[in-house]
Design a protein around this ligand. Structure first.
Ligand code: GLN
Length: 446
């Protein structure tokens, strides 16, 4: 039934880059057989899923929506895929995204754009736009995205679904094609909070090949999810409410009233360095990207340019033809920032800002359980509206990048509609490894 739905409407939505129909139906038939024999195993037995196309799926195309990896079939599964396969979830296909996860509208995909299922003139957000659109369109009950500076939460907000960026280290990044390794996390996109908590339970866990993943964590998020939240202390940073649309701040104010009516205390706080987070993020993310993307040299992976006469020419031609404009822009910026003479002035200062933001947010969590605010400054905008204005698009990330810079967990949940009829998102940020508290509060809000 889901494949029928996908065939009927994904031509217009464009959420899938690859539909895994034959293999999925074959797997589903095997699972049906096991069910008849009363041999059901795996916590997600038969549950259909979509996966962002920068997460490695063994022998299944993983393109990162880039010409560079147009024909790339990984030889291994990402840790999250190993886990979901063990749980007997069924892969429906791979999802569109901004090339190498760089962007906020999915307009940077080499292959195609994705439309917002709520309003096909609007962007779905990005970079996990295909994943969020597929869940919103009812093609899959859950999907995985990756979030380096908001790429799970922002598209979730634009598409009216639930998206979590877990604590850095909660989920293994092994097999996620690296963008900015100190910021990247994989997270679930679902239609409701409970499903989100369940999927996170099943993808959490470390891998020896990701030294930054944390072993032996308590990954139970569903136990007590409906617990009373009276007495919970919630902070709203005043900087998060400035320079957002009035409809957006109104929707947060409404959520504040709802939390208060449930017995929570909600107070205004200040995170003074918020105004620098976008600058710090783009310097750090681009620096790491310029280093991570050096591996795409036309020899080891993917696209190989024809006709070069020297090795250096081969590198240049391959990278000039294989990468899109936004990826090149980040590599140029990152290489510049890391070059001698600029390193101290830009990279080191960005890292200092990163620790200041962490101190300020840690300070809030000494007194409060959660921070809430909007996920994005506006609802989804029209396709093409910001495509040629990178600075404007970068600035929109002000509300999502603090969680990545600090490694803290953050969830976006639907929070009503703008007057345009497009969805708005409410963001709940927790202290490190406090996902359980976030889900508890979010569940009450549904
Ligand atoms: N919009 C941000 C960027 O372009 C975030 C991307 C992400 O989280 N992958 O870098």
């Amino acid at each position: 039934a889901l494949f029928e739905r996908i065939e009927a409407s994904d031509d217009t939505i464009g959420s899938f880059l690859f539909v895994n129909k034959e293999a999925a139906i074959e797997q589903a038939e095997k699972l049906d057989q096991l069910q008849q024999e009363d041999k059901m195993t795996g916590a997600l037995f038969g549950v259909p899923m979509g996966i962002k196309d920068n997460i490695c799926t063994k022998d299944i195309l993983t393109t990162c929506a880039s010409r560079m990896l147009e024909d790339f079939n990984p030889v291994y599964d990402a840790t999250v895929m190993e886990k979901l396969n063990e749980d007997n979830a069924v892969l429906m296909g791979k999802q569109n995204m901004d090339e190498f996860a760089m962007g906020g509208s999915t307009e940077n995909s080499y292959f195609k754009i994705t439309r917002n299922p709520w309003d096909q003139k609007a962007v779905p957000g990005g970079s996990s736009g295909g994943s969020a659109a597929a869940v919103a369109a009812g093609f899959v009950p859950f999907s995985l995205g990756s979030d380096t500076g908001g790429s799970v939460r922002q598209p979730a907000a634009f598409c009216g679904v639930v998206g979590m960026k877990p604590t850095y280290g909660r989920v293994s990044r092994y097999g996620l094609v690296a963008f900015a390794s100190s910021l990247d996390q994989i997270g679930p996109i679902t239609r409701n909070v409970r499903d989100n908590a369940k999927i996170l339970e099943h993808i959490s866990g470390s891998h020896t090949k990701d030294a930054t993943s944390v072993p032996n964590m308590d990954n139970d998020f569903l136990g007590g999810i409906d617990k009373d939240i009276s007495g919970m202390k919630i902070a709203v940073p005043k900087e998060f409410m400035e320079s957002v649309d009035s409809e957006v701040s109104d929707s947060v104010k409404k959520a504040v009233e709802t939390f208060k009516s449930m017995g929570a205390t909600v107070e205004e706080v200040s995170i003074p360095h918020t105004k620098y987070v976008v600058s710090a993020y783009y310097l750090i993310a681009s620096s790491e990207a310029s280093s991570n993307l050096a591996r795409f040299d036309g020899i080891r992976y993917g696209y190989k340019a024809e006709g070069a006469e020297t090795l250096e020419e081969h590198y240049k031609k391959t990278r000039a033809e294989g990468f899109g404009d936004e990826v090149k822009r980040r590599i140029l910026l990152g290489t510049f920032v890391l070059s001698s003479g600029h390193y101290d002035q830009h990279y080191i200062r960005a890292q200092k800002l990163r620790s200041i933001i962490e101190d300020e947010m840690k300070g809030v969590f000494k007194e409060y359980d959660l921070i809430i605010g909007p996920t994005t400054p506006t609802a989804a905008y029209d396709l093409g509206e910001k495509a040629d204005n990178q600075l404007k698009m970068y600035k929109d990330d002000i509300l999502t990048v603090p969680a990545n810079l600090t490694g803290m967990p953050a969830l976006s949940i639907p929070s009503g509609l703008a007057s345009s009829g497009r969805p708005l998102g409410l963001q709940l940020i927790g202290d490190h490894f406090d996902e359980k508290k976030i889900y508890n509060a979010a569940y009450k809000f549904e």
